[in-house]
Design a protein around this ligand. Structure first.
Ligand code: KIV
Ligand code: NA
Length: 279
């Protein structure tokens, strides 16, 4: 597969072909997403929960994101890879955001960055893109602002709310984003926003009318223990956690019963050597 660039994404969008995106948080999860043909890989700050066991995304810091970005980048042969700027690393000033974005490119080895926010982030997006760093916008539900939004709620459910989503999406487009994530927005609203934009929209919980889709990999592969809350928009395509559990339990049982290791898993020693050694 050829390396995907912003140019490739633009031509997919022009042809009306949906863009596929998936999160990855380390070398193996990036390897499998790239092998499966994802056009974009996002090192989301969701890694706070899925890889680091944190309560929410507010706790993860730049250094942790960079470590995971680097491991993802080592596995990614074709996908266009984007790193999520964590809360606190870009909101203070455009200068701060550009400094962080440069670290993501130089140390994280990703090709672009994502940041949350609409109209208010436009000067920041302009600053980063003017340095030649592609920015993926993120409007609608912005989880880093969960405390201000009053939790993880659908955005754009009223005509006023829908207008705000549209304004934010237009603002980040105008500021230079190459695409924008629409999270937790009614399908009809996301479809209209998509039609009004010239850049691709990447939906998550935003229906079928977006230019592409993104999901959190551990959610869609079912790589989490039973009882985890999954948002309505997640479709679970696999049962990776249950598969791993089965394999590890079988190993446990075979070690306990001395079925493992079997002769084929052991190294031989020539008979004469053994006799000399054991004597
Ligand atoms: O952090 C993340 O995984 C994300 C995607 C769900 C869009 O921001
Ligand atoms: Na995120």
């Amino acid at each position: 597969r050829k390396k995907i660039t912003v140019g490739t994404l633009r031509s997919l969008h022009r042809r009306g072909e949906p863009i596929t995106m998936m999160t990855a948080h380390d070398f193996p999860s990036a390897h499998v997403a790239d092998a499966a043909g994802m056009e974009m890989i996002l090192v989301g700050d969701s890694l706070a929960m899925v890889a680091l066991g944190m309560e929410d995304t507010s706790e993860v810091i730049v250094e942790e994101m960079l470590l995971h970005c680097r491991s993802v980048a080592r596995a990614t042969k074709a996908a266009f890879t984007v790193g999520d700027l964590p809360m606190g690393s870009y909101e203070i000033a455009p200068q701060q955001a550009l400094e962080t974005a440069i670290r993501f490119i130089k140390e994280g080895r990703v090709q672009g960055v994502k940041l949350e926010g609409g109209k208010g982030m436009a000067p920041t997006i302009e600053r980063i893109t003017s340095a030649g760093i592609p920015v993926l916008g993120h409007v609608g539900l912005t989880p880093q602002r969960q405390n201000a939004l009053g939790g993880f709620r659908v955005q754009g459910k009223t005509s006023l709310g829908a207008m705000k989503v549209l304004e934010d999406a237009l603002a980040v487009q105008e500021a230079g984003c190459f695409a924008v994530v629409l999270e937790a927005v009614p399908a009809e609203v996301a479809a209209i926003v998509t039609r009004k934009l010239s850049i691709p929209t990447i939906g998550i919980g935003a229906g079928n009318g977006c230019s592409g889709q993104v999901l959190v990999q551990v959610d869609m592969t079912g790589n989490f223990p039973p009882g985890r809350f999954l948002p309505k928009f997640v479709k679970q395509y696999g049962n990776v956690w249950a598969e791993s559990l089965k394999a590890i339990e079988k190993y446990r049982d075979e070690v306990k019963s001395r079925q493992y290791p079997a002769p084929e898993h052991t190294y031989p020693i020539p008979q004469g050597e053994l006799e000399a050694f054991a004597a």
